[in-house]
Write a protein that binds this ligand. Structure first.
Ligand SMILES: Cc1cc2nc3c(=O)[nH]c(=O)nc-3n(C[C@H](O)[C@H](O)[C@H](O)COP(=O)(O)O)c2cc1C
Length: 206
């Protein structure tokens, strides 16, 4: 069963971009059609240029297409990633989500698989609150939320059942194998459930 998977993210300094790429590659390896998309940057150039890691990530990811409404409409499964910002979803990703009203109103975001991922600079600064905040939106969409739980030994290493999350230790710890393994588990799980739901909805009369 062919499924469409959208990996949509915001990343300032590259952590979430790394996790998103790992997820997109994993989904591709399962045979899914994958769209890796970054949401539009809305910060002023002066702010970006004042932080070398931010400017470097903007340059490094310039070739990744900007997310469009149609990417979510197209998808059977959606992985959404945001850095933790004051315990919450980054404004740039929220801005994209808030632009989806018209397709939401038509029911075009319902009945898909949704799953979230994040990263934070501290161990207790909001990994779970950010992932749960993302899930508020999934509920409004009528999405089917697929969390990773502790469904694989890799999840006992990264430790977050709500979604992959990386602790970047104040920007000093790049994405490591523990986080990558968790990202792969989550992406495979999203593909698996997207396939199951698509198979069910295309073969069972409603
Ligand atoms: C404005 C701002 C707010 C942040 N808020 C938090 C926070 O509440 N808790 C936390 O642990 N880290 C916080 N961080 C750190 C980022 O979440 C962390 O460095 C993240 O891994 C960055 O991801 P990125 O490299 O994809 O941009 C904040 C960073 C910024 C710039």
């Amino acid at each position: 069963m062919d499924v469409n998977i959208a990996v949509v993210y915001y990343s300032a300094t590259g952590t979430i971009a790394d996790i998103a790429k790992e997820m997109a590659e994993t989904a591709e390896k399962t045979g899914a059609q994958v769209r890796l998309r970054r949401v539009e940057e809305s910060a002023p150039a002066a702010a970006i240029d004042s932080t070398p890691a931010w400017a470097a990530n903007v340059a490094a990811t310039a070739g990744i297409p900007v997310a469009a409404t149609e990417d979510l409409v197209w998808a059977d499964g959606v992985l959404l990633g945001s850095p933790t910002r004051f315990g919450n979803v980054a404004a740039q990703l929220k801005q994209f989500l808030d632009s989806l009203g018209p397709v939401w109103q038509q029911g075009l975001l319902a009945d898909k698989i949704y799953s979230g991922f994040t990263s934070a600079g501290t161990g207790h600064g909001g990994h779970e609150s950010t992932l749960l905040a993302l899930s508020h939106t999934f509920h409004h969409f009528g999405g089917i939320i697929v969390p990773p739980g502790y469904t694989d030994p890799a999840k006992f290493a990264d430790g977050n059942p709500y979604g992959t999350s990386h602790f970047d230790q104040g920007g000093t710890a790049p994405v490591d194998e523990t986080t990558r393994a968790a990202a792969r588990v989550q992406a495979e799980r999203v593909v698996r459930f997207a396939r199951a739901v698509k198979a069910g909805t295309t073969s069972v009369p409603m």
